[in-house]
Ligand binder design. Structure first.
Ligand code: PRP
Length: 189
């Protein structure tokens, strides 16, 4: 393993193949993103909008790295059926509580893969007439991109591999890891 499992996680060595981003690397980059957002949105009281559930750790850390007034809201979508996925359709299972009209909205995502989820949600949110609408994604996985996404803030590029941790799951597990890692092939089955 090039980057060893941190203390307390040796029990995961049968499941984790490699740590790609340590907790320190993630925290450093999130702090940089928070600083940039604080400067760019000064005096604009931005509304951060996150898609549940993978965004939770990133959103929690990003909020605390922002040093201006900021508000937060969440949206939840259902997983795609294969047919809906092809048509780029996502079902909202929890809508935002706050109105967006006239607000400076920053859409926060953990990972952008095909771009279909975000593309659908951006269309949906744009129709609510925010004053501005930008995207901040911690991870960009460009290998499978089907649709262009304008990214204002990006944490890291991800290789075309299945990764878990810091919100990213495999069958709902591993979201709680403070680092991001590759799973061993035998875990993926
Ligand atoms: C992930 C991520 C995005 C979406 C990106 O969510 O949070 O919402 O996939 O994929 P796309 O670019 O191919 O549309 P996921 O469906 O894994 O749900 P989760 O956040 O609850 O884990």
């Amino acid at each position: 393993m090039t980057r060893p499992l941190p203390e307390g996680y040796a029990w995961l060595s049968d499941e984790i193949q490699e740590v790609l981003f340590s907790a320190e690397m993630l925290q450093r980059r999130v702090a940089e993103l928070g600083s940039a957002i604080s400067i760019d949105y000064a005096g604009r009281n931005p509304l951060l909008v996150g898609v549940l559930k993978g965004v939770l750790p990133f959103m929690a850390d990003l909020l605390r790295a922002i040093t201006i007034h900021v508000e937060v809201d969440f949206i939840a979508v259902s997983s795609y059926t294969p047919e809906a996925r092809e048509r780029g359709i996502v079902r909202l299972v929890k809508d935002l509580e706050m109105p967006l009209a006239g607000r400076h909205v920053l859409f926060v995502e953990d990972v952008i893969d095909t771009g279909l989820t975000l593309s659908y949600l951006l269309r949906n949110l744009r129709a609510r007439q925010p004053a501005s609408l930008e995207v901040c994604a911690l991870f960009d996985k460009p290998a499978h991109r089907l649709i262009g996404i304008p990214l204002k803030y990006k944490g890291f590029d991800l290789p075309d591999r299945f990764v878990v941790g810091y919100g990213l799951d495999y069958h709902e597990r591993y979201r709680n890891l403070p680092f991001v890692a590759l799973l061993r092939a035998q875990v993926l089955g």
